[in-house]
Structures are given as structure tokens and as C-alpha cells.
Design a protein around this ligand. Structure first.
Ligand SMILES: [Zn+2]
Length: 197
């Protein structure tokens, strides 16, 4: 029986390359919400491509993949796990009852540093958890957080370097301050425009 493990990781899909190279029977699932790189493959930041299934939810995976093919699977990789609402039930079922090794990559927090989707909910199910970091774009230190460059406020705003940048704690805090100051200036200008109209 295959060993069961979960791994919570940062946004990068490099883990999927890792599992793909080690196991023969691997399936990779990603959310169909993220269409930046096409829906039939995962593209790492290094440009490497891996085939995958892009789905709206995880519960449809077995049917889409094929029941026999599912039974043969050793490893299921899930990328961008924060977008799947049924993450907990799927991981528990696949690991506990179906004997799969489930490797999950996702963001633990959103740009406001609040819990993102169900990623934190599955930590009690996991054998191991690894929190990865990027490099701060402003100073090169370890980046634990994501700063949203734009003013949009919806939680699920999908984008790359045009919308987000990884930052360290110091630059997350100062970046928020700068954004707040810019917003205040803009709002006061709007008020002036209105009063002149
Ligand atoms: Zn920094």
C-alpha cells in the first residue's frame, strides 16, 4: 500500500515535477479558474510543462479521469489548491480510503494574509507540511507574503507578476502603508474634483 502524505506548499508547481519524475502513475489536477497558461498543462516559473486536468472541483476528478485509471493511480498532485472548495473531503477520501499519496500545493494566505480557501483546513489531515517562501522583489530576503499591486479587492483575482509580488514582512507592511496613502490622496483628489464640478 502506498505511503500517504500531504504537503502544503507555496504557489509554485515544482513539486509536481518532483512527483512526476519519481512515480509512474501520477495525475495532476489544477483549477480551471487559472487560464493563464492553458488548461491542459502546468507550467512552472522555469517554463517546464506537465500535463494535467483542469477542473472546477475535485469531486468530478474520478469520473473525468476514468474509474479504472483512478484505481491504478499512485499519486495525485493538486496545484493551486486554494481554489478548490471540496479540498478537505477529496484529500481525506483519496488518502484514507483509496490509498493514494496526495501532494497538495497552494497558498495558505491571500494578499490580506487571511486564510485562503480550504488549504489550512487540510493541515490536520497531513503527514507533513512544508511552508515555502519566495524572494522579496524589493530586497531579496525571504518573502512570506504576497502584495497585490492593484486596487481590486476581490479575494480571487488571478494574475502573475503584473498583479502580485512576493515580499518580506517589512516590505509587506510598508507596501500596505504606501497603498493606503496613495488611496487617501486619490480619494481627496476625487472630493476636490466633485467640489469643483
Ligand atoms: Zn523585502
Amino acid at each position: 500500500m502506498p505511503k500517504i502524505a500531504f504537503r502544503i506548499m507555496h504557489i509554485d508547481a515544482c513539486i509536481c515535477i518532483y512527483v512526476f519524475s519519481l512515480f509512474r502513475s501520477v495525475a495532476i489536477i489544477k483549477s480551471n479558474k487559472d487560464t493563464r497558461y492553458g488548461l491542459d498543462s502546468i507550467v512552472t516559473h522555469d517554463g517546464a510543462k506537465l500535463p494535467c486536468l483542469a477542473l472546477p472541483d475535485l469531486s468530478s476528478f474520478r469520473q473525468k479521469f476514468g474509474l479504472d485509471a483512478y484505481d491504478q493511480l499512485d499519486v495525485i498532485g493538486i496545484d493551486e489548491a486554494q481554489f478548490f472548495e471540496d479540498l478537505y473531503d477529496f484529500c481525506r477520501e483519496a488518502a484514507d480510503h483509496d490509498g493514494k499519496r496526495v501532494i497538495v500545493a497552494g497558498l495558505d494566505g491571500n494578499y490580506l494574509r487571511r486564510s485562503f480557501g480550504s488549504v489550512l483546513d487540510i493541515i490536520p489531515l497531513a503527514d507533513s507540511v512544508t511552508k515555502l517562501t519566495a524572494c522579496c522583489e524589493l530586497c531579496g530576503k525571504r518573502a512570506f507574503f504576497t502584495l497585490r499591486k492593484t486596487e481590486e479587492t476581490q479575494t480571487e483575482l488571478i494574475g502573475g507578476a503584473d498583479v502580485y509580488m512576493p515580499v518580506c514582512r517589512q516590505h509587506y507592511v510598508s507596501g500596505q502603508v504606501v497603498k493606503e496613502a496613495a488611496k487617501t490622496v486619490l480619494e481627496s483628489q476625487n472630493v476636490q474634483c466633485v467640489s469643483y464640478a
